[in-house]
Write a protein that binds this ligand. Structure first.
Ligand SMILES: N[C@@H](CCC(=O)N[C@@H](CS)C(=O)NCC(=O)O)C(=O)O
Length: 189
């Protein structure tokens, strides 16, 4: 497998996924300065010209959440995804999509200090925190004792925000984030 990568990008999240899977992979560095992400070769992998992107044989996957879903199913032994047909599967798919369709844009609004317009499809960031806190329940992870790709996708967004000095101000969420960051294979910046 090849992960198209730049250390200053969301590809560090995909690398975290691959490491948690115990996958054998190669990093292909993409230089943003040289606009390698807009080259015809790269656009054939990700037509949006963005990182991360993953190539596994003839399979091409782009969008971080899609890469997580793909890897979670490809490496069932890593137990990073509730199995197809299991009771948690629907909530898992929902939380994976939620991470980029709601959590991330809501966080963007909050960091940029702009009002969230509900008609655009996501709630404000405080509501996102309520949702994730509720989904976490007693933890320690979103699926109880089972650490999954949903923890990586949702947690990594909050961990990014920490780099900008933003904390959730919610003890339960902060404890979860500390737990994620302490995992030996957690993303490194
Ligand atoms: N929703 C996308 C976001 C991808 C994205 O915006 N990647 C950034 C790096 S973090 C990028 O490639 N930017 C370069 C560009 O847009 O030219 C995902 O989750 O994969």
């Amino acid at each position: 497998m090849k992960l198209y990568f730049n250390p200053q990008s969301r590809a560090v999240i995909a690398r975290w996924m691959l490491d948690e899977c115990g996958a054998d992979y190669e990093l292909v560095t993409i230089d943003f300065e040289k606009k390698q992400n807009k080259s015809p070769d790269f656009l054939a992998i990700n037509p949006a010209g963005k990182l991360p992107a993953l190539v596994d044989g003839t399979t091409k996957v782009f969008e971080g959440a899609a890469i997580g879903l793909y890897l979670g199913d490809k490496f069932p032994q890593a137990k990073l995804a509730p199995a197809i047909g299991s009771s948690g599967r629907g909530r898992y798919l929902s939380l994976m999509v939620y991470s980029t369709s709601q959590l991330e844009p809501a966080m963007g609004d909050a960091l940029l200090k702009i009002d969230t317009v509900p008609s655009r499809g996501w709630t404000n960031f405080e509501t996102v925190k309520d949702v994730i806190e509720r989904e976490l329940g007693q933890g320690p992870y979103l699926f109880g004792e089972q650490f999954t790709m949903a923890d990586i996708m949702n947690g990594s967004m909050f961990l990014w925000a920490r780099l900008w000095g933003t904390r959730t101000e919610r003890p339960k969420l902060e404890a979860w984030l500390d737990r994620l960051a302490a995992r030996p294979k957690a993303m490194k910046f």
